[in-house]
Design a protein around this ligand. Sequence first.
Ligand SMILES: Cc1cc2nc3c(=O)[nH]c(=O)nc-3n(C[C@H](O)[C@H](O)[C@H](O)COP(=O)(O)O)c2cc1C
Length: 292
Amino acid sequence: MQRDTSMDYMSVEESKEIWNNNMKLTDADFLAMDEVEFRARVRERSHHLLEIQMYSAAYRHKKLSEVQPDYARHLLELWEKKGLSKDLPEYRYTGFLIEAAERLIKGEEVDLSPFTPAPVTREMEDSFFTIVRERRSVREFKDIDVPDELIDKVLDAGLWAAHGCNVQSIRYIVVKEKNEPGLFKGSDVPGGPVHLVILQDMRCYRANSFTPLRNQLLDAGAAGQNIVLAAHAVGLEGVWLTFSEVMCERLKARFELPDYIRLVTYVDVGYGDQTPHPPLRWDVKDTVLARV
Ligand SMILES: Cc1cc2nc3c(=O)[nH]c(=O)nc-3n(C[C@H](O)[C@H](O)[C@H](O)COP(=O)(O)O)c2cc1C
């Protein structure tokens, strides 16, 4: 049987080996590490060693250890030594966490009120559920060009999905069918005018090899679901599609993808030309196997 390399996730042995090696990492290793892997490590370490503890101290008045921010602070020192930009999100967010932790350690309050989400009004709630329920898999499209700004808005929604250990592995390739006709041939449906390919940079997972491997696939699924919902929200329609191995190989060759980039799935979008009957769903009560 042919092996599906698009689903080539780490083996448990590989993951254990990486974790063991993680514990032995020296400053020299961090300085030599490629940028993507290092950034993912900063995300993961500050998430597990500082973020969770800081919020717990801010809201539950749990005492923060004086040394709690030390490791994150050290990573930012290495960040600077590596000459990475201080405008990148990892540096800014970790800096925020360190500053908040330092205040809490000194017994000061941290004002998190500016981050309170906008109150969800009745109309917002209704709109959300309308979008969730009325999004359909649409497989016929009008011959109208999709503006890049809309595509970027949809891709941005994918990046705001929940993501295991916050390592942010999601990457994209955007292909307009008119520019590369036939690149996606072999799908079970003709497909849409814009192909949004969801990929993952597997270097990010070297940072969090101790979390369940299935999270890697779920990360891409979470991004995909945000993408199909966002497409509907901006007036596009689309369908989530399935790669064949041949299609994967064709894309890898066309975009010269290195081994650490995994093609996971893709979504076709465009202006829909079809209004399918909703494929009806089960009642919630029939899907709840236990409720205690
Ligand atoms: C992971 C995944 C893979 C899918 N693959 C295909 C596919 O290869 N071809 C297709 O026509 N639809 C595909 N779909 C769309 C489903 O058929 C569709 O979501 C389902 O029938 C429910 O319809 P709805 O999306 O309109 O609610 C896929 C959906 C998901 C989530």
